[in-house]
Ligand binder design. Structure first.
Ligand SMILES: [Zn+2]
Ligand SMILES: [Zn+2]
Length: 134
């Protein structure tokens, strides 16, 4: 699997916690992380989010660049989803495999709001559950 930005192979990245270890794919160059479907949800079991040391969010132009799914065979274009609260965070996700690409800095920006609560919100928003529009 190659980085959708840099086109170089992603390397395995183990996210360890007392309870679980997540095996993610991270780009050694730009620091972006690919979450397969379900992996981001597992993170809500991690109480201590301090393991991420992201320092910056990429610029808007860079975030709006078209990216292609590194995981699906036919590499469909990733959809852009803007975080409803923090417009600096634009998350790329694959509507086919439900994988999520977070650029370096995006996870940190999400964490600032409130890690555990936000994860739940992100998934309602990404999956577009129309029944909960109030
Ligand atoms: Zn990269
Ligand atoms: Zn995909």
């Amino acid at each position: 699997m190659n980085c959708p930005r840099c086109k170089i192979p992603l390397s395995p990245y183990n996210l360890k916690d007392l309870k679980i270890t997540l095996e993610l794919d991270r780009c050694p160059d730009c620091g972006g992380i690919w979450f397969d479907k379900g992996e981001l949800q597992k993170l809500d079991k991690i109480i201590e989010p301090a393991f991420f040391e992201f320092r910056r969010t990429p610029g808007k132009a860079q975030q709006m660049e078209a990216l292609y799914c590194p995981s699906c065979t036919h590499h469909p274009k990733l959809e852009k989803a803007e975080h409803p609260r923090d417009k600096k965070v634009i998350i790329d996700y694959c509507s086919t495999c439900k994988g999520i690409w977070l650029d370096k800095g995006e996870l940190e920006a999400i964490q600032k709001e409130n890690w555990l609560i936000t994860i739940g919100k992100i998934f309602k928003w990404l999956t577009g559950d129309e029944s909960t529009q109030s």
